[in-house]
Design a protein around this ligand. Structure first.
Ligand code: F6R
Length: 258
């Protein structure tokens, strides 16, 4: 499989990178709307995305950006977890985006953290089928974990992986525990869209912010394509845009602000 060089943009600060990511999503929405077909999105959650969704909400309010015909599939959700749990990605997406825009609730899907253990495999298959029915994804918005994960595809995830239940890496649990409200514990499992599903998307945008992401960003973009750093699989995709702030770009050989 041939590798490609992602288009890497180093922005002066986190806010500029988040704004640029929001603009890329907005562009997909506008193009699809002009063609009168639904935009099919893959969406991440996490600290990096808060400002991206904030900017999309601003564009909806001030610039008339519409989400009316969006079909969206979130990358992941903790398991087991209820949709109103303070750590739940369902709750984060509602609070950060869906409660503030004109999306149709039926068009917004996420892996279900309440599914029973016995039903997990069928649920994951059904999620893939829902994506396939309207897909491929037009655009996937990704963050990156310090383990190199995209979605919750932790080290060792295969290139052919699909939506499934995974055990989270201890480093991911520790990182995400820092964002957790007092008294809540980060689950050690999650449901995640697979690498193969992500790589089938037409276009991908990865956003990484902060010095704590610098080393893994360099390994993902400039290291070998390897299951140890699942974000390195992005080198196999022909249309990847990477948006970094200066700190996240600081270990890249090509890390000068462009
Ligand atoms: C979450 C997801 C993860 C995060 C990653 C970075 O939906 O897909 O891959 O994008 O863990 O998280 P933050 O932005 O909190 O550093």
């Amino acid at each position: 499989m041939s590798t490609h060089r992602p288009s890497v943009h180093v922005l002066p600060d986190a806010r500029s990178a988040q704004r640029a990511a929001a603009q890329r999503v907005a562009e997909v929405l506008r193009v699809k709307q002009a063609c009168r077909v639904p935009a099919v999105l893959g969406l991440a959650t996490g600290a990096t995305m808060v400002g991206v969704y904030g900017e999309l909400v601003r564009m909806h309010r001030e610039d008339g950006l519409s989400f009316a015909h969006v079909r969206s599939f979130n990358l992941d959700e903790y398991w087991p977890i209820g949709p109103d749990d303070p750590l739940s990605y369902h709750r984060a997406m509602r609070e950060q985006l869906w409660d503030h825009v004109d999306a149709d609730a039926d068009g917004v899907l996420m892996p279900d953290g309440t599914v029973e253990a016995a039903d997990v495999a069928a649920h994951c298959r059904a999620y893939e089928e829902r994506i396939r029915a309207v897909g491929p994804l037009d655009h996937v918005l990704l963050g990156i974990g310090r383990t190199g994960h995209i979605g919750f595809n932790e080290p060792g995830s295969s290139l052919s992986s699909r939506t499934r239940l995974v055990r989270l890496d201890a480093r991911t649990i520790a990182d995400n525990a820092r964002l957790a409200p007092p008294g809540s514990e980060v689950p050690d499992h999650a449901l995640t869209m697979g690498v193969a599903t992500i790589l089938e998307a037409r276009a991908i945008t990865l956003v990484a912010l902060g010095a704590h992401k610098a080393e893994i960003v360099a390994r993902a973009l400039e290291g070998p394509v390897h299951a140890d750093v699942t974000a390195s699989y992005l080198q196999l995709h022909a249309d990847v845009t990477v948006l970094l702030d200066r700190e996240a770009a600081s270990v890249l050989r090509q890390g000068e602000p462009g």
